[in-house]
Design a protein around this ligand. Structure first.
Ligand SMILES: [Zn+2]
Length: 435
């Protein structure tokens, strides 16, 4: 395996040197945070100056920051620099209420670009690649984050943004695109509509895909790799921590290296707030270490994942995060049992007769909750008669029951009959009355 680094000394640094880097970074972040209205108030009685941070043990003295804190700080409650030094802002979509805003100085953008370049190098990209960025540009950080990182690495970037599948396929063919960045749903959408747009897999020179923007299982990755005959890498990021480039897979694909010179990672029990052991799933908490304009301390992401124990064969010492197992607020409680939509996806994507599209419906059936899983079957399995598929239906039902400990109702649907998602898929519909 060909392992390349952006900065081998830093990526393979010993843990005690990394602790010193993080301690200095935390002191810087606390100094910046104290310049903001929000943290000046929030840190009162906990930390009053960067000198209060003597080691990483002092991190515990700092209270958590939540999404609601960021919303309440809109528009400038967490701004540590003067407006004239800010060169860009990104806001969240605000679909569930007040948006959140992250400001960047030029130095912040340079640091983000550097982390994104490091991520691309770690996954084996080089300046000889041709990169078609199918992620939304604009306020959504996925597009611009990858764009600048790829350009810094000297890659030829085709900034298509999302959508317009026919044009995407045409450009992929014409310019012999080797890398793409897209959501898993969009990769499936391209594969399933390729023929109707007049293309086939042999028209393309694709080598790698970066898939992100929505949580997905290992089986989804495998399915994408098989469909396109490529390597697919899991990309993780969140706008509160810049966007993409927080954690990335190296060529060994054994988890996402968190760039710990720029972020402190904690994995906590969502109830108690205490750290969980490596290998155990908990809520991911991040602290920025280098950001000037919008420092964020101990941010509770609501994403659930675990630290992968052991060392990676690539030699990097930055710890690895598992895939996202769900979100603390995605968890469905069905008749008292905790169910994550990702568990259901994992099972479905293992069944070869299942297509790429499914829906999860939760409703009330009298006093009880009812879980219905609608599954599109694979076009190769479908021969025009759904009634032949009773055995498959039972197989799926049994496998789901064994995994989630709940007896779901399973409905099989013809290929192409369930709602299609080009961007972030909304596969869960919970119609229970909220009290
Ligand atoms: Zn590695």
């Amino acid at each position: 395996m060909n392992v390349c680094y952006q900065n081998k000394d830093l990526e393979c640094v010993n843990r005690s040197s990394l602790d010193s880097i993080q301690t200095a970074g935390l002191q810087f972040s606390v100094a910046q945070a104290l310049k903001t209205k929000f943290y000046a108030a929030r840190l009162k009685g906990h930390v009053s100056s960067p000198e209060d941070i003597r080691s990483l043990n002092d991190l515990k003295r700092i209270p958590f920051t939540t999404k609601d804190d960021l919303r309440e700080s809109y528009t400038d409650g967490i701004l540590a620099t003067e407006f004239k030094h800010v060169v860009r802002l990104h806001t969240s979509s605000g679909t569930t209420g007040v948006p959140t805003v992250i400001y960047h100085t030029q130095k912040d953008l340079n640091n983000w670009t550097e982390l994104m370049e490091r991520s691309l190098i770690a996954s084996g990209a080089t300046c000889e690649d041709i990169f078609q960025n199918m992620m939304t540009y604009g306020m959504f950080t996925g597009g611009l984050g990858f764009h600048y990182g790829a350009e810094k690495l000297g890659i030829l970037v085709i900034p298509t943004g999302s959508g317009n599948t026919k044009r995407q396929l045409q450009l992929m063919k014409d310019f012999k695109t080797t890398l793409v960045h897209a959501t898993p749903s969009y990769m499936f959408h391209m594969a399933s509509t390729m023929n109707e747009h007049g293309f086939s897999m042999k028209d393309f020179n694709l080598k790698k895909a970066y898939i992100g923007g929505e949580p997905h299982s290992e089986n989804t990755r495998k399915k994408i790799e098989e469909l396109f005959g490529i390597e697919a890498y899991n990309s993780f990021g969140l706008s509160e921590m810049n966007g993409p480039g927080v954690a990335f897979e190296c060529v060994y694909k054994t988890g996402l290296h968190v760039w710990e010179d720029s972020y402190i990672l904690e994995v906590i029990d969502p109830q108690s707030g205490e750290l969980v052991k490596d290998g155990e799933i908990g809520e991911i908490v991040f602290t920025t270490l280098r950001r000037e304009a919008t420092p964020i301390l101990r941010y509770r992401t609501r994403d659930l994942a675990s630290v992968i124990p052991g060392v990676c064969p690539c030699g990097r010492t930055h710890r690895r995060l598992s895939r996202i197992a769900g979100r603390t607020d995605d968890m469905l409680i069905i008749n008292g049992a905790n169910v994550f939509p990702s568990q259901i996806e994992q099972i479905l994507m293992k069944v070869p007769e299942v297509g790429t599209n499914y829906m999860i419906l939760v409703s009330k059936d009298g006093a009880l909750d009812k879980l219905t899983v609608q599954v599109e079957i694979h076009s190769k399995t479908f021969h025009g008669d759904m009634s032949e598929l009773g055995v498959l239906k039972h197989k799926i039902k049994d496998e789901l029951k064994a995994s989630i400990m709940i007896n779901p109702s399973v409905e099989l649907h013809e290929p192409g009959s369930l709602p299609q998602f080009e961007m972030k898929a909304k596969r869960v519909v919970d119609s229970r009355i909220k009290i």
